[in-house]
Structure formats: C-alpha cells, structure tokens
Design a protein around this ligand. Structure first.
Ligand code: RIB
Ligand code: CA
Length: 322
C-alpha cells in the first residue's frame, strides 16, 4: 500500500539549506510540491530566485514547479542580509538562465489562491522570514482556515539565537510578521534553531564527506551549495553544516522523525532592539493558551540517512552547470 502524497507549498529565501529543503519537496515521493513562493531573506531577492532555478535544475525539474515572487522586504523594517553567512547561497554555481521566468502572479496572492482552491488540504513549509505568510493572513480572512498546517523554521526554544544572542535570523528579520503569524490561529509546527537544529541537524565534515562520496549529480550539487556555509558555521563554533530548513520539510513528510514535541504558547518580541525577534516559548505552566506545537527532538541519524538517500537518487540536469 502506498501512502497518500502530501500537498505542500514551500515559502523560501532560497540559499544553502533552503535549496536542500526544495530538494526534499522535489524528490521525496511523498511530496506533492504545488509551488515555491519567494520571500526576502538570506541573500539578494533575484539571487534567491536564481538559486531556486538552480535547485530545480539539479533535480531535473526545471519548469515543473512555478516560482512566485512574494514580498521583497519585511513588513515595516529594512531587509537584513545573511550574505556574510551564505555568500551567493549556491556555492558559486551558475547556469544559463535564459528563458526562465517566475510566475506573473504575486507570491502572496498565489498563496491565498492555491489554498483557497483546495481548502484544508495544502500545508505550507515556511523557511524564511514570515512576511508572505503574514501578508496573506492579513489580506484574506479565509487564508488561515484554508491552510492545512503551517510548518515554520524559526526562533529558538528559549535558547540562543544566531544573528543576535536573543534572536534567530528568520524571526529577527521580520518580527512583526512572525508575531502576526503566531497570533493568526494557524495549525502551527515550529522547528527552532536552538536547541533542536544544533543538537540534531548538524552534519559533520566526516558525514558531509560520506555524502560527497556518493558522487551523484544531486550529491555534487548539495556539496557545492552547503560548502560555503560550513566555514562560517565552524567559525562560530558549530561543528558542521546546519539543516533547519530541510529538517522542517522532512518533518512534514515524515512525522516519525520527531522523537519529542509539545504544545507551547509562542510570541515574538517586536518592541525591544536588544531582544528584537526573540521567541518566547511558554511550555504550559504560565497560564497562556498554546498556539503551536514545537519540535523538541528528532532522530538525527534517521534525518541524515533520509537526506543521504534522497541525494543518492539518479537525476538528470535540465541544463549543464557552469
Ligand atoms: O536561522 C536559520 C534560518 O536562517 C534558516 O532558514 C536559514 O535559511 C538561515 O539563513
Ligand atoms: Ca531559510
């Protein structure tokens, strides 16, 4: 018996592990990827679109999945680049981009229309700042109810941030959007940066060498894309490459990866500059109403094996990489 495919949209600021998350959506037989929506985040907006095209190409799926361009800056703040971490976000890979175009509809309207066409069926994997998701919730009062589930990569579970001591990047960049989303009433699952990602979704150099040795086109793409960030991660004391975005997509498709999760009341700091984007995750003892399920632990070895298996699949590039 084959299990039903899971319809999803990936909302992304495509660079490094966002590319791996897109591969999860493109290659996992359980995934029915309906669209990619782009949001301002990691690297320049047009660069992110190119990175998404590079990823579609690596999977041999160029032209199969529409890319919709969403918000090009946070709701009320200036964009904050993570190019110091990611470089161009694709390890310098290039190809002929001639004739490749994003869909003409705005990403926020695409999110609204796609879930309205299949109410309660489509899940969203949000792995960048939450600007598009907040905009859609504000624009269409039916949007929240039409989304089956919202899987968010962001925040820390009362742990360390990564862009500041207090804040994880996605929530820091657009804290007003994050706060709006947690207040909106979605069926939310959160994959936080700390401690979850740092404890269970870091691939060591040895593990990365194991993936590189597979030497498939997908493994070569992965190795190139992840390589740039590895040096940065090690410079800040993380012993390998980090994979919060691909873990978020994987957990939607394979909930059995989760070994611990609990309901929390999540809120995001918007007032303070010192703790901008801090995620307060209240674990049920403060008389607050829970608004999210927060993943606390996953089977890290199973996740590494899952990504390894995915990258072992045969694929044919649509266009050669330069
Ligand atoms: O803080 C981790 C998040 O920001 C991930 O979504 C990754 O893309 C990074 O830049
Ligand atoms: Ca991301």
């Amino acid at each position: 018996m084959t299990s039903a495919r899971i319809p999803l949209i990936i909302d992304t600021d495509t660079a490094q592990d966002d590319c791996v998350a897109l591969l999860v959506g493109l290659l996992d037989p359980r995934a029915d990827l309906r669209a990619i929506t782009m949001v301002a985040g990691n690297v320049g907006f047009e660069r992110q679109v190119r990175n998404a095209h590079l990823t579609l190409n690596a999977a041999g799926r160029l032209g199969d999945i529409p890319i919709y361009l969403g918000c090009r800056r946070p709701l009320v703040r200036d964009w904050v680049s993570a190019e110091n971490v990611h470089g161009d976000g694709a390890g310098g890979l290039a190809m002929d981009f001639d004739g490749l175009a994003a869909h003409s509809q705005h990403g926020v309207d695409a999110l609204i229309d796609l879930v309205a066409a299949a109410p309660g069926e489509i899940s969203i994997v949000a792995i960048g700042p939450l600007t598009n998701i907040a905009m859609a919730a504000v624009k269409d009062p039916n949007f929240v109810g039409n989304v089956k589930s919202l899987f968010i990569m962001g925040g820390s579970n009362n742990g360390r941030g990564n862009i500041t001591a207090a804040a994880e990047y996605n929530f820091y960049v657009d804290p007003e959007a994050a706060r709006t989303v947690f207040e909106a009433g979605f069926n939310v699952t959160v994959i936080p940066w700390a401690p979850l990602t740092l404890d269970h979704a870091v691939f060591s150099r040895e593990q990365l060498a194991g993936i590189a040795a597979i030497d498939t086109p997908l493994a070569r793409f992965f190795t190139r894309v992840v390589g740039t960030t590895l040096d940065f991660d090690e410079s800040v004391g993380i012993a390998g490459s980090t994979h919060p975005d691909s873990l978020t997509a994987a957990v939607l498709l394979h909930p059995e990866l989760v070994t611990a999760a609990a309901d929390y009341a999540v809120d995001v700091e918007t007032g303070s500059e010192l703790t901008r984007g801090y995620s307060a995750m209240s674990w049920g003892v403060h008389e607050l109403t829970a608004n999210a399920r927060v993943v606390e632990a996953v089977d890290g070895a199973a996740f590494l094996q899952y990504i390894t298996d995915l990258l072992s699949r045969p694929s044919t590039l649509n266009r050669p990489f330069d």
